[in-house]
Design a protein around this ligand. Structure first.
Ligand SMILES: [Zn+2]
Length: 119
């Protein structure tokens, strides 16, 4: 459960610009370093929520992102890029990356074929 469609994962990017001035997703891939490599839809949602909260200066009790969470998991599961953020910035995005286009593939953060440890 919770695995990406095969061959796709997400890179997390944070840009210190408003949403309407942020660069296109495919440019982020080549121009920015991912702050986070996200391997499952749950990780994507978790990262988006905690990064947004940090940007808003709110705690988990104050903003749960319950509606957004389901959307994020759904999008991430179908291998779509998710962009969110605050009106005046930052722009926070989880960009879907096919394995073939990924530069992080040479330095895997989880053992290939291994089971992830539960936290
Ligand atoms: Zn990658």
């Amino acid at each position: 459960m919770g695995q990406h469609t095969s061959g796709t994962h997400h890179h997390g990017y944070v840009e210190d610009t408003p949403l309407n001035q942020a660069m296109p997703a495919h440019e982020r891939l080549s121009r920015l370093d991912a702050v986070e490599i996200l391997h499952t839809p749950d990780e994507v949602a978790q990262w988006l929520a905690s990064t947004l909260r940090a940007a808003m200066g709110k705690s988990e009790e104050e903003v749960a992102f319950e509606d957004e969470w389901d959307q994020w998991v759904k999008y991430a599961h179908s291998g779509e890029t998710i962009t969110t953020g605050l009106l005046r910035g930052p722009t926070i995005s989880a960009v879907a990356v096919p394995e073939a286009e990924c530069r992080c593939a040479s330095t895997p953060l989880v053992p290939v074929g291994g089971k992830k440890r539960s936290r």
